[in-house]
Design a protein around this ligand. Structure first.
Ligand SMILES: [Zn+2]
Length: 82
């Protein structure tokens, strides 16, 4: 059970996305949330082991819901390891 690969994808552009492919997580998981990035009224949060994938998801959310074009550095600046 412990080493089973699990895949959680709660997919939504405007809410919470958590992608954990392996449980327990052996890789560092990155977290980005709009609250931490300075948009306190937005509930969007994403956790992912894959940095590029996380950046893509955040960029899509930012452009759709905040009308902002973020580059990868902007996203990573507000991303932390959890
Ligand atoms: Zn947001």
């Amino acid at each position: 059970m412990l080493n089973k690969t699990k895949y959680y994808l709660l997919f939504s552009d405007n809410y919470i996305i958590i992608i954990n492919r392996v449980y327990p997580a052996i890789n560092m998981v990155q977290e980005f949330s709009c609250k931490a990035a300075g948009a306190p009224d937005c509930p969007f949060m994403v956790r992912d082991e894959n940095t590029d994938e996380l950046v893509n998801i955040v960029q899509r959310h930012a452009s759709k819901f905040h009308n902002e074009a973020l580059d990868k550095a902007d996203v990573l600046k507000n991303t932390k390891q959890v």
